[in-house]
Design a protein around this ligand. Structure first.
Ligand code: ADP
Ligand code: MG
Length: 254
């Protein structure tokens, strides 16, 4: 048994003939915030999608919360059993995307209770109570009955975070959560993420918000062309990147 929330050992992933992850190894201890940076197309989103069972790995080993994820499961369960198992495991992982992905025809509250009631079979009153607490935490109590289209991008993204938290995940994955936002709305979303980190949530965050990585990251990972080229303490790595590709990348975005 390991205390790591995520453990990836030499994982490979290809789409058709193209290898997108070329052997990535990473350990994320429970309670740790790991930030991932790297050029567009380097495999960052694919890596998160493998962790969240949205893609199957082709080789290597991947564990989330001590349970094996990925291709090894193939053939060991009947199809239906396997899918139920994957849904159960995935429910422990919250994911927030660049685009907010809220259900447009549902109010904020309905967005938050949909999965807890539908997937976890919670009662509506229990789910609603938790949802109201979460909306308070992200500063959106006044928007309980609003529809997503009436909210700003920053508000929508805060609802998306609250919706992920409504499933009481053990792990939160963020895929460039502020990249689609107008600059003046980035701060309010980062603030919610910082509070979450302070409360001890295990987080893997793909972001180019270097200030966030420096302030709250426990580890920083630089991915290039399907490989992890450098990893370390964010403060040290940002001040003194050792790999030439990391230096080049940082000089472009800083
Ligand atoms: P990043 O998030 O770092 O920008 P991605 O993980 O999205 O990179 O993509 C890595 C590479 O994999 C890219 O070349 C992309 O075109 C390719 N890719 C991603 N998803 C698919 C897919 N479903 N089918 C084929 N190629 C894909
Ligand atoms: Mg991406």
């Amino acid at each position: 048994m390991t205390t790591a929330m995520v453990q990836a050992v030499d994982i490979h992933k290809r789409f058709d003939r193209v290898e997108v992850l070329k052997g990535m190894s990473l350990t994320v201890p429970a309670g740790n915030v790991t930030c991932i940076i790297g050029p567009s197309g380097s495999g960052k989103s694919t890596f998160l999608r493998c962790i969240n069972h949205l893609e199957k790995i082709d080789a290597g080993e991947l564990y989330v919360d001590g349970q094996m994820v990925g291709y090894e499961d193939e053939g060991t369960y009947l199809r239906e059993l396997r899918e139920r198992d994957i849904q159960r495991r995935r429910s422990k992982i919250g994911m927030v995307f660049q685009r907010f992905n809220l259900f447009p025809h549902m109010t904020v509250l309905q967005n938050l209770i949909e999965a807890p009631v539908g997937v976890l079979k919670e009662s509506k009153s229990v789910a609603t109570e938790r949802a109201l607490g979460l909306l308070d935490r992200v500063g959106l109590s006044a928007k309980v009955n609003a529809y997503p289209r009436t909210l700003s991008g920053g508000q929508q993204q805060r609802v998306a975070i609250a919706r992920a938290l409504a499933m009481q995940p053990k792990l939160m994955l963020f895929d460039e959560p502020t990249s689609a936002l107008d600059p003046e709305l980035v701060g309010e979303v980062l603030e919610v993420m910082k509070n979450l980190a302070r409360e001890g949530m295990t987080m893997v965050v793909v972001t180019h918000e270097i200030g966030f990585a420096r302030e709250v990251g426990d580890d920083l990972v630089f991915v290039d062309d399907g490989r992890i080229l450098e990893t370390g303490n964010p403060r040290e790595m940002l001040a003194n990147p050792t790999h030439p590709r990391t230096q080049e990348f940082l000089s472009r975005i800083l």
